[in-house]
Design a protein. Structure first.
Length: 351
């Protein structure tokens, strides 16, 4: 008994040590690998369709990669260039005209009355609210410019990570059934439990990736086109913001287009405000209510609160890819937890 206990303890320690060392080795490649996993899931149906006509898996994988690269490098490259330009213009506007306009508004009678009311309610008479607001907005503008400069300096790193991502995608597409089979073999569950976990994971993948990504792209595109039609200064920036915010339940696209509606009303651009209000209410926001039920169609769906914190936490841990990877990891964890819960229930039910 003592020998077996020592053996298992040594095995656990050795496994943890080797796992940690493996993490250190792969840590620099986690971002391109994460992107490769998500994009492989997105383009895998296309790969399966191509395999119907081309039986050679390597060639089918290369063709799928070519389609993915065209889609990624084409529209997304244009989007990134335009987005960088609009972010730069937006940051410069904040640091110049935006700050001056804000100071002028804050010095007006209505803004001063509002500031006094806030000070009275919160009992903070010594605080200069106007100075705090302008200072922080100016800091945001300078931070945007600094990040744009930093991003431009990291073009080589982005290109190298893109190559690693493509390399990983090739093998993930070609060897997906083998990967899944090996993962199943390593799971310490019965065959029935493995099937259940695989089914739940597929449902979660469809819910988090296809449901989230498709809705984000459609909402962002409709929003960007609407802002461009209304002659807004940064339609691509605003459309991208709508797409990103659509991943966050409770806030969603409304948190982007609604403040713009208020801004247009304040600027007395009533026709534009009404048009944006109509499109935002009956088209942009309705896309989420129409598309997600069609895509998910009864599949397992995580509670809204869990999705919210998994998206925010994913962004903090993984960066932009965390919008998808955060909910996906939590979804897999919930699926595994469900297996253990059922396993425990079965053990308690035994005589």
């Amino acid at each position: 008994m003592g020998t077996n206990r020592f053996y298992f303890s040594t095995l656990i320690i050795l496994t943890l040590l080797l796992g940690y060392l493996s993490y250190l080795i792969l840590r620099s490649f986690l971002t391109p690998i994460a992107w490769a996993i998500v994009l492989t899931i997105v383009f895998y149906p296309l790969y399966i369709y191509i395999c119907r006509f081309i039986k050679w898996k390597a060639l089918s994988s290369v063709i799928t990669l070519l389609v993915a690269v065209v889609i990624i490098i084409g529209p997304i490259s244009y989007l990134m260039v335009a987005l960088t330009r609009e972010l730069s213009d937006f940051a410069e506007y904040i640091n110049t005209e935006g700050i001056e306009g804000l100071k002028e508004w804050l010095s007006g009678p209505q803004a001063r009355w509002l500031q006094e009311r806030i000070k009275s309610v919160l009992n903070i008479q010594e605080l200069d609210i106007a100075a705090v607001i302008t200072e922080n907005i100016s800091r945001v503008g300078k931070g945007i410019l600094a990040n744009i400069t930093k991003g431009a300096a990291n073009v080589a790193t982005i290109f190298i990570n893109f190559l690693f991502m493509i390399f990983a995608m090739f093998f993930m597409l070609r060897d997906a059934p083998d990967f899944i089979r090996k993962i199943r073999d390593y799971m310490p569950f019965s065959e029935q439990q493995r099937d259940r976990l695989e089914s739940q994971m597929k449902d979660m993948v469809v819910s988090t990736i296809y449901g989230g990504v498709i809705v984000a792209v459609v909402q962002g595109t409709v929003g960007g086109i609407t802002f461009a039609f209304l002659g807004m200064g940064s339609p691509i920036l605003l459309g991208t913001a709508i797409g990103l915010m659509s991943f966050i339940p409770g806030l969603g696209a409304f948190s982007v287009w609604a403040p713009v509606v208020v801004y247009l009303f304040v600027k007395k651009a009533f026709v534009k405000a009404v048009i944006l209000l109509f499109v935002g209410t009956f088209i942009i926001s309705m896309i989420d209510n129409l598309l997600k039920p069609i895509i998910i169609s009864g599949r397992t769906k995580m509670p809204t609160l869990v999705i919210f914190f998994s998206v925010i936490g994913g962004l903090k841990v993984f960066g932009l890819i965390g919008l998808v990877l955060g909910p996906l990891i939590v979804a897999v964890f919930i699926s595994v937890l469900e297996i253990f819960r059922n396993l425990e229930g079965g053990l308690h039910a035994e005589p």
